[in-house]
Design a protein around this ligand. Structure first.
Ligand SMILES: [Ca+2]
Length: 277
């Protein structure tokens, strides 16, 4: 369980941060169906009235219209990105309280803590919401910055958890018809273009930036965030080393030769065990 603890504590920390952040906004008020907003101001107001999946879809579509508009200002577009992120989370029935409750329930039941966010929000939606927040960047709003940090971290942790099972002393592939390199690529470079700006490392980097902007993390939360960041950075290094073939340095300073050639899977497995141990 030792290896899972880092994720678990971090996730709980984020759940609490999210809970506190959400208290002032009450995004999820129940007020019935919303009409499609056509202006940036109306869009920001409409998210407060959304309750159904259809409402959130209406709002997300309206946000996309403003984002694509030739006449909307940059400020209006950034505000639309924030609303879009909130609508994606809302459609997943994500509330600050639901994250915390899920964490507590899973902890009580002894279920796999690392599955929390995979169960709570589809990985694609976590990434879409994170992308929307990242496009809005820092608007000087504490809640938005914390939510952006949480959603980016969720996207990164989801990507890792969906591809790897981190167990006692070793790492297993969720899909054992794939090679270790293919699985690593899924996490670090999902679109396989050789650029890792769509992978877990990217989302952890954005999470760190958002939490820095929020200036609101406890030292424990910062430490756990750093823990996940270290792992995603190491996965990135392992991937880029293996992509061209090369020596990867383990934590005891010995090296293993890794390559995208499936014949080197044993060494990739050794490196992954080292990263998650
Ligand atoms: Ca890529």
């Amino acid at each position: 369980m030792k290896k899972k603890r880092g994720f678990y504590i971090f996730v709980v920390g984020c759940g609490i941060a999210f809970l506190l952040a959400g208290c002032g906004t009450n995004v999820f008020t129940s007020m019935g169906m919303v009409p499609a907003p056509t202006t940036a101001d109306a869009l920001s107001d409409s998210i407060d009235d959304a309750t159904t999946a259809e409402d959130y879809q209406t709002i997300e579509t309206a946000a996309d219209v403003i984002i694509a508009s030739a006449t909307a200002t940059d400020e209006e577009k950034k505000a639309a990105y924030v609303v879009k992120a909130e609508a994606i989370l809302g459609a997943n029935e994500i509330t600050p309280l639901s994250i915390l409750e899920t964490v507590v329930d899973l902890s009580d039941s002894g279920a796999d803590e690392t599955e929390i966010f995979t169960e709570l929000v589809a990985s694609g939606d976590a990434k879409s919401a994170a992308d929307a927040y990242n496009n809005a960047a820092d608007q000087g709003d504490l809640n938005d910055n914390i939510n952006r940090g949480v959603v980016n971290a969720v996207a990164a942790v989801n990507m890792i958890n969906e591809s790897f099972t981190v167990g006692e002393g070793d790492v297993e592939l969720k899909d054992d018809t794939k090679t270790y390199f293919e699985t690593l690529q899924e996490v670090v470079d999902p679109n396989q273009d050789g650029n890792t700006d769509d992978g877990a490392t990217h989302y952890m980097s954005e999470a760190n930036e958002a939490f820095d902007d929020a200036e609101n993390l406890s030292s424990d939360q910062s430490s756990e965030l750093g823990n996940v960041t270290d792992k995603s950075d190491a996965l990135n290094t392992l991937y880029t080393t293996a992509a061209t073939g090369g020596n990867y340095t383990l934590s005891d300073n010995t090296t293993v030769y890794v390559s995208s050639n499936s014949a080197d899977d044993a060494n990739l497995q050794t490196a992954l065990d080292d990263i998650f141990n």
